[in-house]
Write a protein that binds this ligand. Structure first.
Ligand code: PEP
Ligand code: MN
Length: 338
């Protein structure tokens, strides 16, 4: 329920109303605005009828929250959320770029790839230590050792680091080394993992499942916010369609659709979204043009020998070209690129 108070409602009234919402077993939300205070009540809204809020002298209106993703939706939270990964603010006026190799392979590969990302202007470094792979015989990441390598490269370059967590049992371990956790496409509906990541207080990148609808993505994010972690960034990374020319079909409809309904920042991953290196730059530019808050992009110092996702990884000079070409596109839609 959205409860809009009249202008000038005293703080005692706000406190009393919040307490009576909590007394009814609902979760109270306090959303002070520039002109008036809005309160939220989450849970079984029928019990609120007993409070007869409509006839309260300091209440202007009482409306139900229509979207099923109540914390993720804009109804209770109309202004954009900004989620910061170290110094990189995502969801504000700047277009954020997180770049790096698919996997942490060696300290040398990680440092050279990270340096290329940083020199071209990336604001954070990505790389997987725990890798979800379709075949059990493929490289599945260096695990804890990969986390150590990533952390030390991030520290050396002065960049915050993002890496995937695949298992609820590893959330603490990954959160100790990473500045932000990634929940991969294959785990978007792993509700045990979502609940575990909802309990920590670190930013999280939630990737859309390859066959997930947008309402399912938004409800997966709702798990994180309902658990108390509101530092959530959504990532469109392409979906499965009948098209086989590309690894996935990058669904750019998702960007304005989500931005209209949710206050959370949205990134686009044109690397997994296409699976084809030469399609990454044009789709990254398209992502900026349609209102994404930034990119998650794979860059490798030598993609030919990459242990995962080489064919979709940009060469360092291509990444530098992408960063150059992004600026005018981002500026045309009112954003700057750091
Ligand atoms: C990745 O970012 O390397 C990755 C495995 O992505 P996704 O979960 O989108 O496939
Ligand atoms: Mn990858």
């Amino acid at each position: 329920m959205i409860i809009v108070l009249k202008p000038g409602a005293p703080s005692e009234t706000v406190d009393e109303l919040l307490a009576s919402i909590a007394d009814k077993g609902l979760k109270p939300l306090h959303l002070p605005g520039a002109e008036r205070v809005v309160l939220g009540a989450l849970g079984d809204e029928r019990v609120l009828a007993q409070l007869q809020l409509e006839s309260h002298p300091m209440i202007e209106s009482v409306k139900p929250v229509l979207a099923p993703y109540k914390l993720v939706g804009r109804e209770l939270h109309p202004q954009d959320s900004i989620v910061s990964i170290g110094p990189l603010a995502i969801g504000g006026g700047e277009f954020a770029v997180i770049a790096g190799p698919c996997s942490v392979e060696t300290p040398e590969q990680m440092l050279a790839s990270g340096r290329a990302a940083k020199e071209a202007g990336a604001g954070a470094l990505r790389a997987g230590a725990f890798k979800p792979r379709t075949s059990p015989y493929e490289f599945r990441g260096h695990g804890a050792e990969g986390l150590r390598i990533l952390r030390s490269v991030g520290d050396e370059l002065g960049l915050p680091v993002v890496t995937e967590v695949m298992d609820a049992a590893d959330v603490e371990l990954v959160a100790e080394s990473a500045d932000a956790l990634q929940i991969g496409a294959r785990n978007m509906q792993n509700y045990t993992l979502l609940s575990a990541v909802g309990r920590i207080r670190k930013p999280v990148l939630l990737k859309r499942g390859m066959s997930a609808r947008l309402d399912e993505l938004l409800l997966a994010a709702e798990y994180l916010l309902a658990g108390g972690n509101d530092q959530v960034i959504l990532v469109e990374r392409g979906i499965r369609t009948f098209e086989t020319a590309t690894r996935n079909t990058l669904d750019l409809n998702a960007i304005p659709y989500i931005k209209q309904r949710s206050h959370l920042p949205v990134l686009v991953d044109p690397s997994h979204g296409t699976g084809v290196r030469d399609l990454v730059i044009p789709m990254a530019l398209a992502a900026a043009a349609c209102g994404a808050d930034g990119l998650l992009v794979e860059v490798h110092v030598n993609p030919a020998v990459a242990l995962s996702d080489g064919p979709q990884s940009l060469y360092p000079d291509q990444f530098a070209e992408l960063m150059r070409r992004l600026r005018p596109v981002a500026e045309a839609v009112g954003r700057s690129v750091a």
